[in-house]
Design a protein around this ligand. Sequence first.
Ligand code: ADP
Length: 603
Amino acid sequence: MIGRLVGQSEPPPSYSELLKLIEGGTIKELELSPRQREVQVQFKDGRSIRVPVFANDSLLLRTAEQSRVPLTVRDDRQDDATAGLLVNVLLVVLLLGGLTLLLRRSSQVASKAMGFGRSQPRLQPEGSVSVRFEDVAGINEAKAELQEVVSFLRQPERFTALGAKIPRGVLLVGPPGTGKTLLAKAIAGEAGVPFFSMAASEFVELFVGVGASRVRDLFKRAKEKAPCIIFIDEVDAVGRQRGAGIGGGNDEREQTLNQLLTEMDGFEQNSGVILIAATNRPDVLDVALTRPGRFDRQIQVDLPDRRGREAILAVHARSRPLDPSVSLSTWAARTPGFSGADLANLLNEGAILTARRHRSSIDDQALSDALERITMGLAVAPLQDSAKKRLIAYHEIGHALLSCLVPHADKLDKVTLLPRSGGVGGFARTMPDEEILDSGLISKAYLEARLVVVMGGRAAELVVFGPSEITQGASGDLQMATRISREMVTRYGFSPLGQVALEGDGHEVFLGRDLLHTRPSYAESTGRQIDLQVRQLSQHALDQALVLLRPRRALMDELVDRLIEQETLGGDEFRVIVDRFEATGALPAESGPPAAVPVPGHA
Ligand code: ADP
């Protein structure tokens, strides 16, 4: 039975059984570990087990002695010493590791500090730029001008043989997203030369002198790789007029600009390095930068017109499966004012929505949703039919109806009650007239019509809910109306204050120069008159909106019911309802489209 007790897989014997085993003579030897309070039992048949014992176990000692079983006491102190040694070694290793880490960190910082003056341009080596002129669409004039630069980079001898000097710098001027970077890349791609690019803001550091040395370094590296292109984006970040800082002009930015000028003078004519810079504020650039010999070519890169937009859409549609029903020319017509980047984004969003809907090709619906997402924000859950929804509906119908009634107003594209993120409960979208947009000429009649449409929301609330129930929902409209009226009065001479420009183009204050020199260029009394005129223009627009909406209450009710039911009404559908109502002659005689009611005091 005892033998069974001490079997390998069985529980160790109890203390009393152990004593019996010792007496029984089956045990070869015992080893006692006082600190662990256990004894290692070695049987004669080779097995061995551990059995817990008491701390100062004299009975065990005596029994072993009497039964003549050899008993050794294990020296635990040695184990302790080894463990202690191990801990100490570990500590030292940890300490050394920490120290090395610290040292390495600080040496990295030091080496970074030493490398401050080195520029980190993004370099696309020779032949690796995949953009070509065919990838840039809608800006043909700019492309044609730059063709010359490509020819030079490819065969400089053709030009130098005739003594022709190639421009050192080309300045691309235009709003963001119109393809300036793309164009610069396309030049490098067509000519097969390396392309260095850097944003001007990357030159400017906290420490004086760093920008200048970065410029030096960039040019040095470029010269090694000539012929090549250096592209500097947003060059106005360093190229602004000098002497504009507060307290003298010797700031970091100016030193950087000086270095840029020096480098441009320094590289040989026809050295093969061509600097292309982009900006949308050529007016703030230092004259020294734009004089011949530096950026002597200025190329305007404007927002694309309708044909341009269609071409850009076609470029970006090449890599995306479009449904055959999608007409790019219709989409070009629906996106006036969009830049190339906006159009690329439209197709990209369309592709994302299509993927989310598990379709295989991008259709009109996906593009429509993408357009709304881009212009109005993300769609959120529709409102329940409630008093609030009705109020928003009347507000939007006010805008929409007036855009149909007022001559010269932009055409209604759609009105919807589907809310968008950012607190937009619904919106009436109009489409700016392509001709006006392309010509850039805006008439007084057009702006007055816009004012009436903008005030339509507030007017509808007044007509339907009365003066004490109007809401703050019109605050955005009021801001817009004030901005339009103010520009009419102070910049375009559309008011009795006369043909004077009372304010500039509203550019932001730029460093010290503008802080010191920007003050109103008119008398205090003129300021008061401006405020009065602005207020009168907005009030007059509101009055006109009220005159038009009041007699059409029944039409508004019908439109609101439809809108609440369908959530969205397209421009054409909307106009059919309005035309039918107008044709029934349900209106009192005096409430036809407004003859231009003169603004009091306005010519
Ligand atoms: P910018 O430098 O003028 O701010 P980018 O060249 O960076 O604009 O344009 C951003 C993106 O928009 C491009 O990568 C390209 O996809 C698209 N894009 C802009 N303009 C055009 C264009 N004219 N043709 C094709 N794509 C364009």
